[in-house]
Design a binder for this molecule. Structure first.
Ligand SMILES: NC(=O)c1ccc[n+]([C@@H]2O[C@H](COP(=O)([O-])OP(=O)(O)OC[C@H]3O[C@@H](n4cnc5c(N)ncnc54)[C@H](OP(=O)(O)O)[C@@H]3O)[C@@H](O)[C@H]2O)c1
Length: 288
């Protein structure tokens, strides 16, 4: 039995679909039982748990061969990352109590970075889980291609995408969430000892200009990328409702300055199969 958190989202859903397709038993860990219906209909066991609640999580992980941990995204964390720390504590306690045979935890490219930024939330998660007496794999994917969902309307309606990543011709490791889920499911089925780090990107790197060109192809209209100047970020993010924009700004700095990157040798990075164009076609059709 594989217990999958985040199953109602993109990556968790892809992990579960892969396991079910292989005929393996899946326990859907959801925070809202109403959202579990589709997974129950596909034959999953259902467990209700929040990622901040050790008791419900340990019940959800009980008896599992493998557990997939999807830490919730928090783009606007309080100073010191108390929300992420609460999740880390609950997940660690639940794993210690339930003692699943193995754990795959979704982390991120750049989790090893020494400078504080939004991804420090995953640095902290990795540091805690690597201390547990259970085999754990940290899957560190690149920038999700699905982040381009934000760009669909401006590309379609105005022919411009706003880029926080620059220079516009600098290739960025990007990957489709379908590939992240597929690789996570493969990792979950493997047997290993101790701590593993697996880094993952798509078939090729994508620079912002290429993202714009791919939108142009899919939308059949000219699309160009335009840099959002660094000095405007804080005001912009605050105007969008963020209260603590600095960690997100430092994450973007990390990508642009190169201190957020894969840690291992390039030959060790796994490459996914899903092309950017396929992801953009999906995003554009679901936005209509
Ligand atoms: N975006 C990127 O470029 C990127 C790159 C590398 C790694 N990542 C990592 O990818 C993850 C996001 O994956 P995704 O895109 O698949 O996310 P998603 O589609 O937004 O789904 C998030 C899932 O987490 C569940 N969830 C959220 N908060 C929860 C809580 N407090 N308790 C229980 N469940 C909770 C959601 O449940 P509901 O359906 O109930 O909301 C949903 O199933 C994050 O860990 C992020 O750090 C992202």
């Amino acid at each position: 039995m594989y217990a999958i958190t985040g199953i109602t989202g993109k990556v968790g859903g892809a992990v579960a679909s892969q396991l079910l397709a292989a005929g393996l038993p899946v326990r859907a860990v959801v925070r809202d039982a109403v959202r579990a219906k589709a997974w129950a209909e596909r034959g999953c066991e259902i467990a209700t748990a929040r990622m901040e609640d050790a008791a419900s999580l340990s019940a959800a992980f009980d008896g599992a061969t493998g557990v997939f941990i999807l830490p919730p995204s928090d783009f606007d964390p309080e100073p010191g990352f108390p929300e992420a720390r609460a999740v880390i504590e609950a997940v660690s306690m639940a794993i210690l109590k339930a003692r699943p045979a193995k754990v795959v935890c979704l982390s991120t490219i750049g989790a090893q970075a020494g400078e504080a930024n939004l991804l420090t939330q995953r640095t902290l998660m990795e540091a805690a889980l690597r201390e547990l007496p259970i085999p754990v794999t940290f899957l560190r994917p690149g920038w999700f291609m699905e982040n381009a969902a934000w760009d669909v309307a401006p590309a379609r309606d105005h022919g411009v995408i706003a880029s926080f990543l620059y220079p516009l011709d600098k290739p960025v490791p990007m990957v489709a969430t379908a590939d992240v889920g597929r690789v996570a499911a493969t990792l979950l089925r493997q047997t290993w000892r101790g701590v593993r780090i697996v880094e993952l990107e798509g078939p090729q790197r994508v620079c912002p200009n290429e993202l714009a060109s791919a939108f142009a192809l899919v939308l059949n209209r000219p699309v160009r990328a335009e840099i959002v100047e660094r000095q405007t970020w804080e005001t912009l993010f605050r105007s969008q409702g963020m209260r603590h924009p600095l960690p997100r700004m430092r994450m973007l700095d990390g990508f642009n300055q190169g201190w957020i990157d894969f840690e291992g040798h390039p030959d060790g990075i796994i490459h996914g199969e899903v092309e950017l164009e396929a992801v953009l076609r999906e995003l554009v059709s679901s936005a209509i």
